[in-house]
Design a protein around this ligand. Structure first.
Ligand code: ASP
Length: 341
């Protein structure tokens, strides 16, 4: 059997950073030095190729234009390789994984994002294991077909559906969580896949969507939020959709001014998406009296989607169509396994 081919796309992040001798700050370094740091890569039974961003970035500088660049790189190389590993900073990795999942329609090959909490050059780095296993997953096949055919994050022995993840820890090697969807695989002595949770390939031709609209906002409510702040966000210029981060199962204040402000925005054409502030569980509008009004005024309940996936989904949907009915239909549907409907 011929060797699997995997393309590494290096975007930046801690995994490829080194300490600036003068300032002590972590800065991205040249990709060639990354492969020097892991000679094990040469022993792999996989044909590896790599593309590096000309200017690798800390993922806190991530932008939708960069997601488009990555999606295009994947589209351009899709027929040439069996899988992709995207090296990326962990800070915004969940956003990028979510965005790619929407942009890569009919994906039938693995796209595995990984990174690390400690730079690869450090003795205690978590980057080596993350990278080596991510490559193994990107190359893995069963009966000639890829085992994974979706956008995932591999971090600290676990493989997650990318658009279900959330970075929940800034220090621990286990930095990600997928509270509302099972882990897709666990790496121990063996790589154990959860077959029932993996998305099945559909055999259709890949379609790369490259139009994203970032005229959106997140409005996280808190006890005491003022009318001024609410209205400033709801009336922000050009904003087409707002993720309303609510309490518990989608609840919020019942004060008249609060509901009126939302209703006014909705009547003006702004879409309001109800996403819970909780890491686990889902929005159920109407379960409590404190969310009943949402249903009446046309707030869209978003089940168990993460805020990260909601951001990416809104940008994708708004970039795809301007038909209001179609937008609402897409937002209420599960497009890439990002929410339970
Ligand atoms: N600030 C870094 C980044 O997201 C952190 C990391 O790589 O984990 O690029």
């Amino acid at each position: 059997m011929s060797k699997s081919k995997v393309l590494l796309i290096y975007t930046g992040g801690t995994i490829g950073m080194m300490q600036d001798a003068k300032t002590g700050q972590l800065k991205p370094f040249d990709f060639k030095q990354l492969t020097d740091q892991i000679p094990e890569l040469n022993k792999f039974d996989v044909t590896l190729s790599a593309i590096s961003f000309a200017n690798p970035i800390d993922s806190s500088d991530m932008q939708p234009s960069v997601w488009i660049e990555i999606a295009k790189m994947i589209g351009k190389n899709y027929d040439k390789v069996d899988g992709f590993v995207v090296l990326h900073g962990s800070d915004t990795m969940s956003f990028t994984a979510s965005a790619l999942s929407f942009m890569l329609e009919n994906l039938n090959k693995p796209v595995i994002l990984t990174g690390s909490q400690l730079p690869i050059g450090m003795i205690r780095t978590d980057g080596k294991e993350n990278l080596i296993t991510a490559i193994e997953i990107a190359a893995a096949k069963q009966k000639g077909k890829p085992i994974v055919s979706e956008v995932c994050i591999y971090f600290e022995y676990q493989l997650y559906r990318g658009n279900r993840t959330h970075k929940f820890n800034a220090e621990h090697f286990q930095a990600f969580q997928s509270a509302n969807y099972p882990v897709l695989a666990e790496a121990g002595v063996h790589l154990k896949y959860t077959q029932s949770a993996l998305k099945k390939g559909n055999g259709k031709k890949l379609k790369v969507h490259t139009s994203l609209d970032s005229n959106i906002a997140i409005l996280k409510i808190f006890p005491g939020i003022t009318q001024n702040v609410m209205e400033a966000i709801l009336n922000a210029q050009n904003v087409k959709a707002i993720i309303l981060e609510t309490f518990g199962s989608g609840n919020a204040s019942t004060q008249k001014w609060f509901i009126d402000a939302l209703k006014k925005a909705i009547d003006k054409g702004v879409l309001i998406l109800n996403v819970t502030q909780c890491n686990a569980g889902k929005v159920e509008q109407g379960k409590y009296a404190t969310s009943a009004a949402f249903k009446k005024i046309g707030v869209i309940g978003s089940s168990d989607i993460t805020s990260e996936a909601a951001v990416a989904k809104l940008m994708f949907v708004l970039g795809t169509t301007s038909n209001k009915k179609e937008i609402e239909k897409l937002l209420k549907s599960d497009l890439r396994g990002e929410m339970t409907v």
